[in-house]
Design a binder for this molecule. Structure first.
Ligand code: CUA
Length: 361
């Protein structure tokens, strides 16, 4: 009976583990399904080190098994085996083999490290200060992300849009505490610091992006506060042409477009409320002229077409109202709670209607 119970437990444990691990390897989120050159390089290094380790484990296990089975002390045999301590040959063997293994591991690792850190293309500035390289300035904040495209003169937040099949260069920093910028499927993570700008490049493979429905998940990978685990962002990796269309559409959301009154009366009322209570922190134009320090909340241009609310909630009006009514419940420690006073249910409805009306096209 007891044995049966143990078997059953083992079965359940194995089953649950398999179920849990099957969540790994999702094309939109996993380092195990690399979606571009940087991710692939890191993955290849992971495989190389894993194979070396597996090889070592196998060789050691086999030697151990031979030693135990073949040289087992026979019954009634008092003889002591030949003593080999201090054998130079053996010591050389177990010193040289690990050195060789480390060299095999070190060469590709060092080469990859330099390659992945090569962001020189960002420094080749043209006369107007723009670059041929695709550049995004990332700014991490408690608990949201800003993405600024210096060449395209666009600012957006929470949803990064990038072209596929080319290197995208990132300048990353933080405005409050240390965070870490990480798109698991695309490549390694990089710290976003307050005191300096770090640089990294990533590449999104067109075919891999298609497999992931052109949507990757991004994360904050540095414990930064109570809502660290909720500091998510999304990445839309689009073919170059679609990316250019997005840029053009975003550039069209200028001050004039943002000031236009929505047709829907509820949304129009919401716009009034927004302008009174939210506009001092949240911009709704992509060409935000304010200095960085004044951009204290996510830019909301095109908000109505985003994937998630606050990076985590389903993107619908109901969840938006929940978020506006009580942001603290969804992201503890966020900087929005308590900044805009009480809103009536009607005001919340109107505000939500307005925000959902903010479209890119
Ligand atoms: Cu930001 Cu963790």
């Amino acid at each position: 009976m007891k044995k049966k119970l143990t078997n059953w437990r083992l079965f359940t444990f194995t089953g649950l583990t398999a179920l849990f691990l099957s969540g790994c390897g999702e094309p939109f989120l996993s380092t195990l399904t690399p979606a571009g050159e940087a991710g692939q390089t890191a993955y290849d290094l992971m495989l190389l080190s894993t194979w070396i380790m597996v090889g070592v484990v196998i060789v050691v296990s086999v030697l151990f098994a031979i030693a135990v089975l073949k040289f087992r002390r026979k019954k009634d045999d008092p003889a002591i085996p030949k003593q080999v301590e201090g054998s130079h040959v053996l010591e050389m063997i177990w010193t040289i083999i690990p050195i060789i293994l480390l060299i095999i591991l070190a060469i590709p690792t060092v080469l990859a490290t330099f390659d992945l850190a090569d962001t020189k293309a960002m420094d080749k500035k043209k006369e107007d200060g723009t670059t041929d390289a695709m550049v995004v300035n990332v700014r991490a904040n408690l608990y949201w992300w800003e993405f600024e495209y210096p060449n395209q003169k666009i600012i957006t937040s929470q949803e990064l849009v990038v072209p596929t099949d080319q290197k995208v260069y990132f300048n990353v920093k933080a405005s409050d505490v240390k965070h870490s910028f990480w798109i698991p499927a695309a490549g390694g993570k990089i710290d976003t610091n307050v005191e300096n700008v770090n640089q990294i490049w990533l590449e999104f493979d067109g075919e891999k992006a298609e497999e992931a429905d052109n949507l990757f998940y991004g994360k904050c990978a540095e414990l930064c506060g109570p809502s660290h685990a909720l500091m998510d962002f999304k990445v839309h990796a689009l073919p170059k042409q679609e990316f250019n269309q997005w840029v053009t559409a975003m550039q069209a959301i200028d001050a004039k477009a943002a000031e236009a009154k929505p047709e829907d009366p509820a949304a129009a009322a919401g716009q009034e409320i927004f302008n009174q209570k939210c506009l001092s922190c949240h911009a709704v134009t992509t060409a935000d002229a304010r200095p960085e320090a004044a951009r204290t909340a996510p830019n909301l241009a095109g908000f109505g077409e985003r994937e998630r609310i606050a990076g985590i909630l389903e993107h619908n009006e109901e969840e938006l109202k929940n978020w506006i009514s009580n942001p603290e419940e969804y992201k503890p420690g966020n900087k929005m709670t308590g900044t805009y006073g009480e809103l009536s249910d009607q005001e919340t409805d109107q505000l939500a209607a307005y925000l959902m009306s903010l479209k890119v096209e």
